[in-house]
Write a protein that binds this ligand. Structure first.
Ligand code: ADP
Ligand code: ASP
Ligand code: MG
Length: 404
């Protein structure tokens, strides 16, 4: 039997009717040699427009209704792409999350995929028809509509590829592949022919929005080969490789950055066992991801406890801190949204010392003050002032000669 390839098309790729026509050509072409299953995002700008409509009435709209609203962009693009394929004589049918029983948790706007009806998808493929599935959407056990978080169509695509045992998942986007950093910030950033899954996980997790982090997690867990490539220009893109042969590991593979961050500092908390848990426990219970965490050396039994979260979670975290006030004593709460994270990622860091000091030196020579540093085996993350993020990325890209 012919193998299956899942093709995912992002918002820019289907941003206009002309683009939808171009994408239909790519699908038509690929369907000559493989069975194709398509996952599609909303047309460019649509999801933001829907978010804006909700925000006209409330900054924190009802979560259920918000997801029901913002998921509709994908409904439009999937049906429209099917119509475009029909015009080219190709059999295609659009499917929503509920039609393929894409079950998720009920964590609105950050729902996690639990199950997908692979049989349904395979039945359509068996009828010589290309399923055009809405990305980003899911449904709860009780049938309410959820969404998977911004950029979530990547996750839909990889999860479907895993579930139907696809040969590969191709993520079509508006750049030629995964670059050493965002080519919109560093124009001479270099396209990578391949990158290890581990590095891609860190880059995505630290803000390289070319793929949603959950999508890379799925690919890693279910061993789905993924390729990131352009729907605008021909090329082989970047292969996210499942094996790390360790042969030519770059010292630094890439630089990621993230601006939509907020720093919370609880000043003057008691340096006693259980404090970190009392603060972070209720936050993680709400599925809020805490990123950089720092606790300072205590003076007279008091310390500062700092952590960063996504801007989207700011008001929820504020509410939680308000609630735990009675259990965790602190002097004041400081909230700073003028921050950004810059991260260097590379498996070569495991075997090379001195990368951190080289990065710190380069930033200090360019007057970029580092507020917090956090490291892992293959990553160094620095929290800096938001206004300096582009400069910091350019300086580090140059310092580590990533364009070479
Ligand atoms: P899509 O709509 O196709 O899902 P996204 O806008 O979500 O596309 O992701 C693609 C964008 O990711 C690129 O246009 C680029 O600006 C950005 N990006 C950030 N970091 C990188 C990187 N390291 N390599 C490639 N693109 C990156
Ligand atoms: N349309 C959604 C978004 O803009 C999902 C996606 O594009 O992946 O975030
Ligand atoms: Mg995306």
């Amino acid at each position: 039997m012919t193998e299956i390839i899942v093709q995912k098309f992002g918002g820019t790729s289907v941003g206009t009717v002309e683009r939808i026509d171009a994408v239909a050509e790519i699908i038509k072409d690929a369907s000559k040699s493989n069975n194709i299953v398509v996952v599609v995002s909303a047309m460019e700008g649509e999801t933001n427009k829907l978010v804006g409509l909700a925000n006209h009435f409330s900054q924190s709209p009802d979560k259920r209704e918000f997801d029901a609203l913002v998921s509709t962009g994908e409904t439009v693009s999937s049906a429209l792409l099917a119509i475009a394929l029909h015009a080219k004589g190709i059999n295609a049918k659009s499917y929503s999350a509920s039609q393929i029983s894409m079950k998720t948790t009920d964590s609105y706007s950050k729902a996690k995929i639990l199950d997908i009806d692979a049989n349904k998808i395979m039945e359509v493929v068996g009828q010589n028809t290309i399923p055009i599935i809405t990305g980003f959407q899911g449904i709860t056990e009780t049938g309410d509509i959820t969404t998977l978080g911004r950029g979530g169509s990547d996750t839909t695509a990889v999860a479907i590829a895993a579930q139907i045992g696809a040969k590969r998942c191709d993520i079509y986007t508006d750049v030629d592949g995964v670059f050493t950093t965002d080519p919109k910030v560093v124009p001479n950033a270099k396209k990578l022919d391949s990158i290890t899954m581990e590095e891609m996980l860190e880059l995505a997790g630290q803000g390289a929005k070319v793929m949603q982090t959950r999508a890379v997690e799925f690919a890693n867990k279910y061993k789905v080969p993924v390729r990131v490539l352009s729907s605008f220009d021909e090329g082989d893109g970047t292969l996210i490789s499942l094996k790390d042969d360790g042969m030519e590991n770059a010292l630094i593979s890439g630089i990621a950055f993230q601006k939509d961050q907020v720093k919370f500092t609880l000043h003057g908390v008691g340096d006693i066992p259980g404090t970190a848990f009392k603060i972070l426990g209720p936050i993680s219970e709400k599925d809020i991801e805490v990123d950089v965490i720092v606790q300072n050396v205590s003076v007279d039994g008091k310390t500062d406890f700092t952590f960063t979260v996504s801007k989207d979670d700011e008001s929820d975290v504020k509410d939680i801190i308000e609630e735990i006030k009675t259990e965790v004593e602190f002097k004041d709460l400081m909230i700073n949204s003028d921050i950004a994270k810059v991260s260097l990622v590379g498996v070569g860091m495991r075997t090379h010392a001195g990368i951190a000091s080289k990065a710190f030196k380069a930033l200090s020579e360019n007057d970029v003050n580092i507020q917090i540093i956090s490291t892992s085996e293959i990553k160094i993350t620095m929290v800096i002032d938001k206004s300096l993020v582009e400069k910091a990325v350019q300086v580090l890209h140059e310092e580590f000669e990533l364009d070479k």
